[in-house]
Design a protein. Sequence first.
Length: 341
Amino acid sequence: MIGPVVIGPVMGLLRQQRRRSGGWTVPVGVVVLLVAAVGSMAIGVSDLDVVGLVRADPDALRLLLVSRLPRAVAILLAGAGASVAGMIMQHLARNRFVAPSTAGTIESAGLGIVVATLVFTGASLMVKMVVAVGFAMAGTAILLALLRRLELRDTLMIPLVGLLFGGVVRSVATFLAYRLDLLQSLGAWTNGDFSGVLRGRYELLWMVAGAVVLAYVWADRFTVAGMGEEMATNLGLSHRQVIATGLFVVAAVTGIVVVVVGAIPFLGLVVPNLVSMWRGDNLRSSLPLVALCGAGFVLLCDVLGRVVRYPYEVPVGTVVGVVGSLVFLVLVLKRPVRAGG
């Protein structure tokens, strides 16, 4: 009987904390992000004719609607989704250094795409996405079960085990890709790149927005689950159900992003850590800001990749990997290591 009596006040306390935390930040962030996204559409090899857009010139409209606008939307959705997925995984694993890129989730999704290509010849993006999500969820669940059996006490050992697990999965995927002559395709899936995003080839990313909404709805439950299984059970939550929902959100976002644009490393690791240093660990309060910062971070890295070797383009996965790895090292060296949650 204690669960129904206690869970209501706990959820109310979490919502009260959210209301105290500066409601102006997210609206201002949305405006800034939209302005930056509109500005990024003007960057490219082909000049975007603003006068032509006003006059409804067919060529200018085609460039905007077929290439520039879909790319901007894909950047925002992928960045927001991957960052939210990273924060959920950190709460569920109760470790600040766990993310899809350090837990084998991305590698498992890549293996799923290779398997889908092998089993379903000429598979559509939808089929590859479903298989990738399934493999990502299975790989993440296997790692979490492995971590529970190992009972590691050192916080930094958990992502280390995740990196080793991801290396094994990546080796299997590389071996299959080599045997099937898919190494070039595997390289595209493991390195995020928005240069190939066009109208008709990015729409699956709208499912990421749905996963982010689901994460926000379940935010309070994820926060309580991050306190531990015993605490969550005492408060009336089904810990196993919350974990399963969280794994589904993480796997869905990771699988969709990898299938459509490729892997974006370290994004789900550094953005949630930076936001939590500012806003704390209440998911309902932090998730909107995590989504905005993740989208803005990917947008910034994409613009940097487009201008640093103009008119050539550096893949966004490379830029985010370099910047993200440096931030990750700073977090490891400077921030006190503690369990997430």
